[in-house]
Design a protein around this ligand. Sequence first.
Ligand code: GLC
Length: 426
Amino acid sequence: MNDLDEQARAILRKNDRGGYTVPTARLYPYQWNWDSAFVALGFATFDRQRAWQELDMLLEGQWPNGMVPHILFRRDDPDYFPGPSVWQANRGPIPSGGISQPPVLSSIVQALVDTGGEADARRAEAMFDKLCLWHRWWHTERKPKGCPVVATVHPWETGRDNCPDWNIGMDAMAVHADLEPYTRMDTQHANPAQRPSKDQYDKFVTIIKFGRDCGWDQSILTNEGPFLMADPGIHFILLRADRDLQKLAARFGRGTSEIESWIDAGTTGSDYFWNAQANAFCARDVHSGKFSDGFTNASALCFYADAGSEDQRAATVAHIERIGAAAKYMLPSWDPEAPMFEAQRYWCGPIWTQMNYIAAKGLAEAGHADLASRLRSDLRAMIEQSGFYECFDPMTGAGCIGTDFSWTAAMWLTWASPTALSAGEA
Ligand code: GLC
């Protein structure tokens, strides 16, 4: 036990709102989808019951069509924009956002089963059908006509909100002429220089307006909406989650053929993201076919998904090593040697703790233990130096934006702390 372990547990307890956890007070006062999944790993280090409760409460918000929304608005909080009255997405049992977030959940469930006992397996089995339903939603509702991979309709769905990856799709769309005036709250709780720009926000809200106007019909949103890009982050996380779902299915004696077809499509679909010029897996605009050209922490997830050819993987390792020489800390969310890099602006450069964790997990599994352990020890050093921030400046290790952040505390407990159980293998 050390002091930071105790602080991390205290943060999770403090951000607990009665069975679910907010990412941080004020800036994000609701339950977020992939945050909760990572948070469950943190709780599992000291309270497994509470870990499962977090996941059960997330799935309580699942829509009848299978979508697990990116935010659940269990109560209205005037401190946050855009809240439930803006989304008006009332197709599920709890007011929510009308889009989803990276589907890491099945992989977290599989990890809890792997490290747990019979009680954990029973909890996982009880949620298996819901997990399947959500994966099916991705593979149908977010599969645009004629596109070989799942895509995304909103940068917020990727969890990498203002990454330069989305500029192609954002530049191609216009701000809605009749956008209702609104007041941003994020810039009142955090330094505006570290947050998305006004034009980006207007476009984020324009997509919400489109969703609202079509009654959150997901097929219309996907096929006719103002923004449609494919994200290597979602793709690789979903492919990994499909593989983990298959393991759960086999364990519970459930059919696996549908899941296998998703895995096959995901494996061949990985080539869709290969940008031969950048020599990397990159985001891509579905309408124009244009690639983003920056190497991101999502590009590094091919190992986590067990995807890509030998050459593609070698090129990815070369990028990681090059960036490792350019940055003091690893792994930045945007290439520090590329234009548009900003060391402290959200997804334009800062390091994100949960991304380090999954990227390192994949690297370790693929035999790159040295790189995996660099990602882990860098995260440890930044938390020791700066505290439990939302994200970190890769050049200095300074903490950015939200403080006492839940997934940072969780990643500390489960992985970055010297006392973490998974310490050896990253
Ligand atoms: C920001 C992040 C997103 C996260 C949310 C809550 O929007 O970009 O990934 O889920 O905050 O922490």
